[in-house]
Design a protein around this ligand. Structure first.
Ligand SMILES: Nc1nc2c(ncn2[C@@H]2O[C@H](COP(=O)(O)OP(=O)(O)O)[C@@H](O)[C@H]2O)c(=O)[nH]1
Ligand SMILES: [Mg+2]
Length: 308
C-alpha cells in the first residue's frame, strides 16, 4: 500500500468535489439559499461517505446558514463545512495521550477490537510511539485464539526490539496478560501493551473473555488497566458503530483508535463514531507502517476530508 496516501488524498478530494459540483449546478443557489433538492443531494453525498446521523445534523445546519444568506460563495460553504465537521468530531480532550503514568509500573494498556481492524498493527505503532518518548514497553500476545496471531506480534516485537510474552495457542489469554505484568515488573518495564483476540466461537464468548482479562488484571493491580483502547476500522461504516456499542457495553473502553483512514472515501465514519459513541478518539491509523499513527486532530481531519 505504498500509494495509500495518494489514493486517500485523491478519494478525499472527491468528497468536496462532489459537494462543490452540487452547489454550483445552479449559479444562483448560494445567493438565494439552498433548495430542498440541493440539500438532499448534499445529504446523500455525506451519507455515502459514512457520516451516518451526522449527515442529517450537518445538512440541517447548512440549510439554516444558507437561508440566512450567510454562505454566499462556494469558498464560504467550504470553510463553514470544515468548521462544522471539526466541531462535530471534536473530542473533549485526550487526543494523542496515553495514561501510562502510574505510581508502580507497569501500566497496562489493552488493545481491543474485532478481527482485521488493525489491533496487532496498532499495538506495534503504540509501542513505537512510547519508545520514542523514552517509555519502555513489553508486548503481551493475548490473542491466543487465532492461528498466526502470536507470531505476527512476535515479528513486530523483534523489529522494534521490545520483549514479548506469549502463551500457547488456545491457552488462557488472561494468564498471558498476568504473566506479562510480572515479567514487566521484574524487568522494570513501564508499560504492558496487550494484543487481544477479535473473534471467538461467539461474540458472547469474546466479551466474557475480555471481561475476564480486565478482572484478572484488576485483581493483580486495582488501578489497571490504565487504558482499554478499542480499535475501529474507519472504512466499515455502521458496522464500526455496532462494534463500538458491543465492546463499550462489555468493558470500560477509555479511548478509540480509528484505522485505515488512508485510502478511503468513507472518512465520514469518524463523525458517525464520534456522535454515536461517548468515547474520545485518541489516535487515527493512516497506513500500515509503524509510524502511521497520528493523534486525532478534529480540525486537521476535517480539512483533509474536504481538501480541494
Ligand atoms: N491502510 C491501512 N491498513 C492498516 C492500518 N492499520 C492496520 N492495517 C492493515 O490491516 C490489516 C489487519 O491488521 P491486523 O493488525 O492484523 O488486525 P487485527 O486482526 O485486528 O490484529 C493488516 O494488513 C494491516 O497492515 C491503517 O491504518 N491503514
Ligand atoms: Mg491481530
Amino acid at each position: 500500500m505504498g500509494v495509500a496516501d495518494q489514493t486517500g488524498a485523491a478519494v478525499k478530494r472527491g468528497l468536496w468535489h462532489k459537494i462543490k459540483t452540487i452547489a454550483l449546478t445552479d449559479v444562483g443557489v448560494l445567493v438565494k439559499g439552498l433548495d430542498r433538492d440541493t440539500l438532499e443531494r448534499v445529504e446523500r453525498v455525506l451519507l455515502e461517505a459514512d457520516f451516518g446521523p451526522a449527515a442529517f445534523a450537518l445538512v440541517e445546519a447548512l440549510e439554516g446558514k444558507a437561508r440566512r444568506g450567510e454562505l454566499r460563495t462556494v469558498q464560504a460553504m467550504h470553510d463553514w463545512l470544515v468548521g462544522a465537521i471539526a466541531a462535530e468530531v471534536h473530542n473533549a480532550g485526550g487526543a494523542g495521550t496515553l495514561a501510562v503514568e502510574t505510581a508502580a509500573p507497569p501500566a497496562v494498556i489493552l488493545v481491543l477490537g474485532v478481527n482485521g481492524v488493525g489491533k496487532t498493527t496498532q499495538c506495534a505503532k503504540l509501542a513505537w510511539q512510547l519508545q520514542q518518548r523514552g517509555t519502555s514497553v513489553l508486548l503481551a500476545a493475548a490473542d491466543t485464539y487465532r492461528a498466526g496471531a502470536v507470531q505476527q506480534l512476535e515479528i513486530w516485537a523483534e523489529r522494534l526490539g521490545v520483549p514479548c510474552v506469549t502463551g500457547h495457542q488456545g491457552g488462557d489469554p488472561a494468564a498471558v496478560v498476568f504473566d506479562a505484568i510480572d515479567a514487566a515488573a521484574a524487568r522494570g518495564i513501564d508499560v504492558v501493551l496487550a494484543d487481544t483476540a477479535g473473534r471467538l466461537h461467539t461474540q458472547g464468548n469474546l466479551m466474557d473473555e475480555l471481561r475476564k482479562i480486565v478482572r484478572v488484571v484488576r485483581r493483580k493491580r486495582p488501578d489497571a488497566p490504565q487504558e482499554s483502547l478499542l480499535v475501529l476500522d474507519g472504512t466499515v461504516g455502521q458496522n464500526a458503530i455496532q462494534q463500538g456499542r458491543a465492546f463499550t457495553a462489555a468493558v470500560p473502553v477509555t479511548g478509540l483508535i480509528v484505522t485505515k483512514l488512508d485510502g478511503t472515501a468513507k472518512g465520514g465514519a469518524v463523525a458517525a463514531i464520534r456522535r454515536e459513541l461517548g468515547v474520545p478518539i485518541r489516535f487515527v491509523g493512516v497506513g500500515e507502517a509503524v509510524g502511521d499513527l497520528e493523534p486525532f486532530d478534529a480540525q486537521r481531519y476535517a480539512e483533509r476530508l474536504l481538501a480541494d
